[in-house]
Each structure stands twice: as structure tokens, then as C-alpha cells.
Design a protein around this ligand. Structure first.
Ligand SMILES: CC(C)(COP(=O)(O)OP(=O)(O)OC[C@H]1O[C@@H](n2cnc3c(N)ncnc32)[C@H](O)[C@@H]1OP(=O)(O)O)[C@@H](O)C(=O)NCCC(=O)NCCS
Length: 118
């Protein structure tokens, strides 16, 4: 199963400095990652796309929220997903084997794709 999403980076400008909004969608670990960059919008938009792509790969199953999906990075920089709550339960219940994501951004657009092996 696959999911994809694309987003204009300017649409997340209002996230910067808005802690309440950021925390409604992103984990502390993710917000910490954004803070390492001079222009965090590219990263915020990329992560937003990644979470939407994960939701799509789950076939837009009900009850999967942004805070059920955590994006982290390996030492190489490659992103990976840690599922929590309903997403984790659904993944286990359906006996899915593996979940992978890839993120890319230009100055204006971010995109991400997710693949779940069943
Ligand atoms: C890493 C690399 C693929 C990024 O490509 P890019 O065209 O500069 O940037 P893109 O916008 O397409 O991609 C950026 C995303 O790539 C992902 N990425 C970074 N390193 C990655 C890797 N090793 N494997 C897979 N994905 C990676 C990240 O998700 C990043 O977005 P994020 O920081 O918001 O999560 C590219 O710089 C590259 O091939 N570098 C050579 C390897 C390298 O320098 N590794 C550094 C650590 S050893």
C-alpha cells in the first residue's frame, strides 16, 4: 500500500512560533528537529506531507491522527516512521510487515511518499 502528499511550503508559515499549533500535530522530537534549521518551514511541510502520506497508505483509516505518526531520522539522514496509539494497533492488527517513507522539498514545495508492506 502506498500514500503520497504534496504541499506548498508557504502554507505552513503560520506554524513557526505557534507552539500550540505545532504541538497539535508534531512530537517534541520533531519540533526539536525543525528548530535546527534557519528555515524550518521546508521541514515542517515535509513532515506534514509524510504524516498525510502515512495516513493515505493506511487507506485513510479512521482514527489515525497526526500524533499517532512520529517521523525520526537515522544517522544517515534517512527518515523513518514510529507508529503510536491507533496507527500502531492497526499496523499490528493487520499484520503489516514494514513501513517506509521518503521526503523531498524544493524552496516552494514539499512532498512525501509512504509504503506499507502487507
Ligand atoms: C540526502 C539527500 C538524498 C537529500 O537530497 P536533496 O535533494 O538535497 O534534498 P531533498 O529535499 O530531496 O531531500 C531532503 C530529505 O531527504 C531525506 N534524507 C536525508 N538523508 C537521507 C538518506 N540518507 N536517505 C534517504 N533520505 C534521506 C530527509 O527526509 C530530508 O528531509 P527532512 O530533513 O525534512 O526529513 C542528498 O543530499 C544526498 O544524496 N546526499 C548524499 C549523502 C549524504 O550526504 N548523506 C549525509 C549523511 S551521511
Amino acid at each position: 500500500m502506498i500514500g503520497i502528499d504534496i504541499l506548498e511550503i508557504e502554507r505552513v508559515k503560520n506554524f513557526v512560533g505557534n507552539d500550540k499549533l505545532l504541538r497539535s500535530i508534531f512530537f517534541e522530537s520533531e519540533i526539536e528537529y525543525f528548530s535546527k534549521f534557519n528555515n524550518p518551514c521546508e521541514r515542517i511541510a515535509g513532515f506534514f506531507c509524510a504524516k498525510e502520506a502515512v495516513k493515505k497508505a493506511f487507506c485513510c483509516e479512521d482514527n489515525i491522527n497526526f500524533l499517532d505518526i512520529e517521523i525520526l531520522h537515522k544517522n544517515s539522514g534517512q527518515p523513518f516512521v514510529v507508529l503510536h496509539n491507533n496507527a500502531e494497533k492497526l499496523f499490528k492488527k493487520n499484520n503489516y510487515k514494514n513501513i517506509e517513507i521518503s521526503i523531498s522539498h524544493s524552496k516552494t514545495i514539499a512532498t512525501a511518499i509512504c509504503k506499507i508492506d502487507n
